[in-house]
Design a protein around this ligand. Structure first.
Ligand code: PEP
Ligand code: MG
Length: 539
């Protein structure tokens, strides 16, 4: 048995197909005809574009818009003069052969991305490698990557599966995949979840531990692979697989079902999103709306802050797609572990206790104004709730709210309409806000409990530190008391309470949260149906 990271739920029993890690030999050879080498590179780039466009179309038709975007990103990379221009310059400057030039430019880019703190950005290095592999393969005359699987019940075993490999997997034959490297947020893992192919990644040396044709079990729930299992173990997994499949089918029946407890309380189950298009998956999984739109993602991956118009379009898109369902948008929560290259923040000993979120926005009204104006303009397109992150006391909420009214007056003077039914709330993620909830509830329209931060502040256990992760416990009685106080405080004044931290999707915590009277749960799209099922079983 080999242990890895569970990347996509489910079980698979099949035969190993090892995707050979085909080594193309790249030398340091110099070239005499630089122009001809550049021409070769151009041809390879064109071929890559054709292949990627075809994969993108296939993905769009067979998987979905969201997944197809990976290939759009690859195509953008091929058009990025920083990336491909650098390759040409390397050929020219060093008279280097094209393959070596591609490899050396890729290595530099990959190094930059891999050194980033953010998991998501680190995983993006995989996209650069994927594109580079394709260019080199085309330069070597091998065409794009891709492999033909002819046998049914195949478990693909690979060093790494690129997003393009994953998108091309023939779902009628491939029942699971296992890789040596990768993490839960790698694109191949994300795609496996959408394709509903059980997968385990980061297994270390699975490619070296199996042979083609070996029988193998993929346990995508616990995150391990069992090589050449006994008849008994196979029988055990056949039963598990059948049970899981039946449960998944059952869950799909809940897509349209309104979540009501046995005693008749209606509870909203919503999704967390980072980009406007993420709402598609929330709605497809039967989400009642969006409980947290982390707008800082609109500010990432770029050289300057998004303009008022760009933000307005993003918020309007989500509100229109929601078709009347409630959308909770959180104002910019930057700082802590989230930094922007174009917004240098002061060095602090404890950035999570420092200059971040609402503190920064109230200090940098120039930045805040752009977002608030965009939100107010978008407010007429749907059912909008706006919340401020990291509120520690009433003054901050009142200052933020006063600023909203200032921006609203500005817009009205310009003849722009805004909605007067927008709800204005706060995230309860600082213990002080939870303790004072019954006071704060007099002023706000709603609360959303941010347990990711609330837990770290309550237990003084940094959410980023593996060393103290044993202390980071959502079910700690102190955390539970604060949650209960927040809910009771809000209800005393007739206000609703949601939860958008990871705890909301934690199967073990849901019954307690329902018992406490939580009104709305917001979580990743793929957890929605399981959460609905659990809530429906509660009193
Ligand atoms: C939280 O703190 O629970 C939360 C939802 O916000 P974030 O994870 O973005 O800090
Ligand atoms: Mg938070």
């Amino acid at each position: 048995m080999k242990k890895g990271i569970a990347a996509s739920k489910g079980y698979a029993i099949g035969k190993v197909f090892i995707q050979e890690h085909e080594e193309i030999v790249i030398t340091d050879a110099k070239v005499s005809d630089v122009a001809a080498e550049k021409e070769k590179l151009q041809k390879a780039l064109e071929a890559c574009k054709e292949q990627l466009t075809a994969i993108k179309e296939k993905t769009l038709a067979e998987i979905g818009e969201h997944e197809a975007q990976v290939f759009e990103a690859h195509l953008t990379l091929l058009d990025d003069p920083e990336f491909t221009g650098q390759m040409e310059m390397t050929i020219e400057g060093d008279s280097l052969n094209a393959m070596k030039a591609v490899q050396s430019v890729t290595d530099t880019f990959v190094m930059i991305f891999e050194s980033m703190e953010d998991d998501y950005m680190r995983e993006r290095a995989a996209d650069i490698k994927d594109v580079s592999k394709r260019i080199i393969s085309n330069l070597a005359g091998k065409g794009g990557s891709g492999f033909a699987i002819t046998e049914a019940n195949t478990v693909v075993v690979a060093y790494d599966l690129t997003p393009s490999d994953t998108a091309q997997l023939d779902r009628s034959k491939v029942v699971g995949f296992l890789t040596d490297i990768g993490g839960r947020t790698s694109h191949s893992a994300i795609m496996a979840r959408t394709l509903e192919i059980p997968a385990v990644v980061g297994l270390g040396d699975i490619t070296k531990s199996v042979k083609n044709g070996d029988s193998i079990i993929v346990d995508g729930m616990e995150g391990f692979a069992i090589i050449n299992p006994s008849e008994e173990v196979i029988a055990e997994y056949v039963a598990k697989k059948e049970k899981f499949a039946a449960e998944q089918e059952e869950l799909k029946k809940l897509i349209e079902v309104k979540t009501v407890t046995k005693s008749g309380k209606r509870i909203e189950v919503c999704g967390n999103i980072g980009k406007p298009e993420d709402i598609d998956q929330v709605l497809a999984n039967g989400g009642d709306g969006v409980g947290l739109f982390r707008t800082e993602f609109l500010y990432m991956d770029r050289d300057s802050a998004p303009t008022e118009e760009e933000q307005f379009q993003a918020y309007k898109t989500v509100l229109e797609k929601a078709n009347g369902k409630q959308i909770v948008i959180r104002t910019l929560d930057i700082g802590g572990d989230k930094v922007l290259p174009y917004l240098p923040l002061p060095e602090e000993m404890n950035p999570f206790l420092g200059y971040r979120a609402i503190r920064l926005c109230l200090d940098r009204k120039d930045i805040f104004r752009v977002q608030i104006r965009a939100l107010l303009r978008a407010s007429v397109y749907g059912n909008l709730c706006v919340m401020f992150p990291m509120i520690s006391g009433l003054e901050e909420f009142q200052a933020a709210k006063a600023f909203v009214e200032e921006c609203r007056a500005e817009l009205h003077a310009e003849g722009v309409k805004t909605s007067d039914t927008t709800q204005w709330g706060i995230m309860v993620e600082i213990p002080a806000a939870a303790v004072m909830a019954d006071e704060l509830a007099k002023y706000v329209d709603f609360f959303s409990i941010g347990t990711n931060d609330l837990i770290q502040y309550t237990l003084a256990a940094d959410r980023m530190s593996e060393k103290v992760s044993y202390l980071y416990n959502p079910m700690h009685p102190a955390v539970l008391r604060l949650i209960k106080m927040t809910i009771d405080g809000a209800h005393k004044h007739g206000k609703w309470v949601g939860m958008c931290g990871e705890m909301a999707g934690d199967e073990a915590a849901i019954p307690t949260l329902v018992e406490y009277g939580l009104d709305e749960f917001s979580m990743s799209a793929t957890s929605i149906l399981t959460a609905k099922k659990i809530i429906l079983e509660q009193e």
